[in-house]
Design a protein around this ligand. Structure first.
Ligand code: PGA
Length: 259
């Protein structure tokens, strides 16, 4: 993928712990690929469970679609039973790795652990899709400080140059896994992207901060994706359940391409 270019929107599908077998995984991927390969202005990245990565990679015949990963460990090799490293994923042809998804944070992944993972992935010259998002909103606006801490601590030790390999996915936890009616409004998402860029700008300077793609994720369907892309002014989407439904997902891909 062209590094963090502002030309293309990036739409990432996070399949989570689905589907249940590789036949189904290949079927869904092939169906998404059919649309994705025709779309010149967007990049589609599908992040399946680790075990399907190699098989799905064999189906990639265009650079308009790629296979990413949902997580990686913070060491590249060694005695770490059950873990998968950035270097192993790189050798499987993966270039994008989701780090710090809220479902992992809920299982104990702290900003410190996320930071170690970010540094390792960046060290392999791969792209991090860093997930941030507040659990709830309070009237005093404390959630903004929570987000700021997530960004600062997760990106600790990253250089300006390395920021080229970072994508931020803003996923308010309260909007994940819900109905599309519960997603934030595009204007609200736009405000959050401004805030995220402000934090990045304070850390790295406005020139590089403005180049970082900021995505939205949480209960996106084709009913709301166009509004979020257009009026939320995001650089793309991180999509869970809808990315397992090739028909609806393809509508969103086309909307992103036609903007
Ligand atoms: P959802 O998941 O689209 O199913 O809400 C989004 C995510 O967790 O990345």
């Amino acid at each position: 993928m062209a590094k963090n270019t502002k030309i293309k929107k990036i739409i990432i599908g996070n399949w989570k712990m689905n589907p249940q077998d590789s036949i189904k995984a290949k079927e869904i991927f092939t169906s998404i690929r059919k649309t994705a390969r025709t779309l010149t202005k967007i990049k589609t990245v599908i992040c399946p469970p680790f075990v399907y990565i190699s098989e799905l990679r064999k189906l990639v015949n265009t650079d308009r679609i790629a296979v990413g990963a949902q997580n990686a460990f913070y060491e590249n090799e060694g005695s770490y039973t059950g873990e998968v490293s950035p270097s192993i994923l790189k050798n499987c042809g993966v270039a994008h790795i989701i780090i710090g998804h809220s479902e992992r944070r809920a299982k104990g992944e702290t900003n410190e652990i996320v930071n170690k993972k970010v540094l390792k992935v960046i060290g392999e010259k791969m792209t991090v899709v860093l997930c941030i998002g507040e659990k709830e909103r309070d009237h005093a606006g404390e959630y903004l400080n929570f987000l700021k801490a997530q960004i600062k601590e997760s990106l600790n030790g990253i250089s300006k140059k390395e920021l080229n390999n970072i994508i931020i996915a803003y996923e308010p936890v309260w909007a994940i896994g819900k109905s599309d009616k519960e997603a934030p409004q595009p204007a609200d998402i736009y405000e959050m992207t401004i805030y995220i860029r402000k934090v990045l700008s304070d850390m790295f300077g406005s020139d590089v901060a403005s180049m970082v793609p900021v995505l939205y994720g949480g209960s996106v369907t084709s009913k709301i994706s166009l509004g979020i892309l257009k009026d939320g002014k995001v650089d793309g989407l991180l999509i869970g359940r809808q990315s397992l439904d090739p028909q609806d997902f393809s509508i969103t891909l086309k909307q992103a391409n036609d903007l």
